[in-house]
Design a protein around this ligand. Structure first.
Ligand code: CTP
Length: 132
């Protein structure tokens, strides 16, 4: 039976840590669906707009070989609905979220992957802007 994997993220200023988590998520199943967080959600949660718009971020993620489908994640509270709606068998998150999504183990497997060390969008923005 075909296994669908779902993962979520902002994927702003796309970097190799993003690529690796997507590749490893895809390897856990037959089909990978990625929820790309809405601009409004980022503004609400992080207090700033992403560098690249949600349309651009979705376009980049959708073009990756391991990605089968993308959708816009409008609310963190809708995770359960997104998992069910997309028929996901596995939820994959970076281990910065370790334990935080265990509540969904009743509807799918929940896997946390180790983050790629020493790279993040925030660190890149600081480096490029000369504030790091
Ligand atoms: N990720 C990863 N390794 C990194 C950075 C991110 O595996 N070095 C993963 C996250 O765990 C998440 C996905 O990539 O599953 C999307 O993360 P996102 O928050 O968009 O990227 P960050 O670089 O962590 O962004 P920020 O610095 O704004 O938090």
């Amino acid at each position: 039976m075909s296994r669908t994997v779902i993962t979520f993220g902002t994927f702003d200023v796309f970097h190799v840590g993003h690529l690796r988590v997507i590749e490893r998520a895809a390897a856990l199943g037959d089909r990978l669906v990625v929820g790309v967080s809405a601009d409004a959600l980022n503004i609400k949660k992080k207090g700033r707009a992403p560098v690249f718009s949600e349309g651009e971020r979705m376009e980049i993620v959708a073009a990756l070989k391991p990605v089968d489908a993308v959708f816009r994640e409008d609310s963190l509270e809708q995770k359960r609905d997104y998992i069910i709606e997309h028929g996901a068998d596995v939820l994959v998150m970076g281990d910065d979220w370790e334990g935080k999504f265990d509540e969904f183990k009743d509807v799918c497997d929940v896997v946390y992957l180790t983050r790629t060390p020493a790279i993040s969008t925030t660190a890149l923005i600081e480096k490029i802007s000369g504030t790091a």
